[in-house]
Design a binder for this molecule. Structure first.
Ligand code: HEC
Ligand code: HEC
Length: 387
């Protein structure tokens, strides 16, 4: 899968328009040639990150890339809907969580405590503060890409068709230092993940916001309910107060326990005790597993909380919630509508503490209103605005 990255000046300019180029060569003495060099490096990093992202030779056994669980065709979530959570490179081993979309994840701020709760970070519990750090997780996770060491993973990059490009971008001697190489791979992946390829803002909803498309009567009703009676906007905001330069992300990347029940079909429960000592009794306590949260003494108040996901492309990213317990958007909306008014239908929350009771559980939506909210959620899929 040799790919060539010949990027002429025009290509660089086009790329800078699409993804934005950050040049740190801003001093007055900078010549145009120097600026161009910095920009080419940025473009090469993106191409490199993309090549790594889609390379199926980097798992052990080979066959699994980042894109295997985060496919562009499925909103950068897992295309394999046979299981509620993701199967690893080793058949029969499963991650305990449902692979989320990673589109728009570049907008999650670095993990921090804002005085009342935690915000941002990567993973559903924020345990990787940034995309760069996150990218170091899956290659060594035995339930995902299953490499035995950083060295064995790096060895595959050193053999890849893009190894020369890797050296050109990160230095001819980069492979001499394991930790530096590992960080450089994370840098390349994160650079790709920050491109507009993953954050397109090209949905029907975006066209509607710009006045370039009309919502159907049902979609419009869904939007009205979303920002009104159904209170979804409280956690999935439709306007963007903090990031005025970016359209709505439908999340503020904060953490809530919305009372999602356990998923009895989570294949992680069936794994041997070396992977899952608790068997079917495993409980995912979410944010309370984050080492920083534990170190700061806030585990109890964090039990059962998960990062609020973006709803962009949600039509494509089934199943839903951290454990994939719901397979349709209709089920999700019915859950929000009747969690507390019809508890027998849903079962106990996976974690009983910290369940949000303020905006969820007895919304008194009619069946038709539930359907309208689902219709609105389907306007959030990218690709409506043709380029
Ligand atoms: C076997 C499937 C699988 C593979 C392969 C995989 N991931 Fe993931 N990814 C997941 C799961 C599951 C989660 C959620 C894990 C958690 O929260 O603990 C996740 C979470 C993420 C997140 C955080 C998203 C968010 O909203 O917090 C990013 C970013 C990400 N993956 C990028 C990558 C990259 C880059 C690679 C390749 C180096 C990769 N993934 C390989 C399954 C996978
Ligand atoms: C109190 C905050 C809150 C409110 C209100 C809220 N959500 Fe959520 N939403 C979350 C959190 C947190 C999750 C992730 C929970 C998990 O994984 O366990 C989530 C997950 C989802 C998902 C699943 C996304 C995925 O990729 O798995 C959908 C769809 C969704 N919400 C839609 C809605 C709709 C529609 C409403 C209004 C009826 C709504 N939400 C109201 C916080 C909220």
């Amino acid at each position: 899968m040799k790919q060539r990255y010949i990027i002429g000046t025009l290509g660089v300019i086009a790329l800078c328009i699409v993804v934005g180029c950050q040049s740190d060569a801003t001093s007055d003495t900078t010549t145009p040639t120097m600026i161009q060099e910095v920009k080419i490096t940025e473009a090469e990093k993106i191409a490199l990150g993309k090549a790594i992202f889609f390379d199926t030779h980097l798992s052990d056994p080979v066959g699994q890339s980042c894109a295997s669980c985060h496919s562009p065709e499925m909103g950068f979530a897992n295309p394999n809907h046979a299981f509620p959570t993701s199967e690893g490179a080793v058949a029969g081993l499963f991650a305990e969580r449902n692979a989320p979309t990673i589109a728009y994840s570049q907008y999650s701020p670095e993990f921090y405590y804002d005085g009342t709760g935690y915000v941002g970070g990567e993973f559903l519990d924020g345990r990787a503060a940034t995309l760069e750090l996150q990218a170091g997780g899956p290659p060594l996770n035995p339930l995902e890409m299953h490499n035995s060491s950083k060295e064995s993973y790096i060895g595959k990059i050193a053999q890849a068709s893009y190894a020369d490009e890797f050296k050109r971008v990160y230095g001819q001697n980069i492979f001499a230092d394991t930790n530096k190489t590992y960080a450089a791979i994370g840098d390349a992946l994160a650079t790709y993940e920050r491109t507009s390829e993953l954050s397109q803002f090209s949905s029907k909803f975006d066209a509607f916001q710009k006045g370039d498309a009309n919502l159907t009567a049902q979609e419009k009703l869904g939007l009205d309910l979303f920002i009104g009676k159904a209170k979804c906007f409280v956690c999935h905001p439709v306007t963007n107060e903090d990031l005025t330069t970016v359209p709505a992300l439908f999340t503020e990347y904060d953490y809530e326990n919305i009372g999602v029940p356990k998923n009895p079909n989570n294949a992680f429960y069936t794994l041997a005790s070396e992977y899952n000592p608790d068997g079917a009794h495993f409980v995912d306590i979410g944010l309370a597993r984050n080492p920083q949260v534990i170190a700061q003494g806030r585990a109890a108040q964090s039990r059962g909380k998960f990062k609020t996901p973006t709803l962009r492309n949600v039509e494509l990213t089934a199943p839903y919630m951290h454990n994939g317990v719901f397979s349709t958007l209709k089920q999700v909306v019915s859950f929000y509508n009747t969690r507390d008014s019809d508890p027998a239908r849903w079962g106990e929350p996976e974690v009983a503490e910290n369940v949000n009771k303020d905006f969820i559980g007895d919304l008194k939506l009619t069946n038709g209103e539930e359907d309208a909210i689902v219709a609105f959620l389907k306007t959030l899929s990218d690709g409506y605005i043709r380029k």
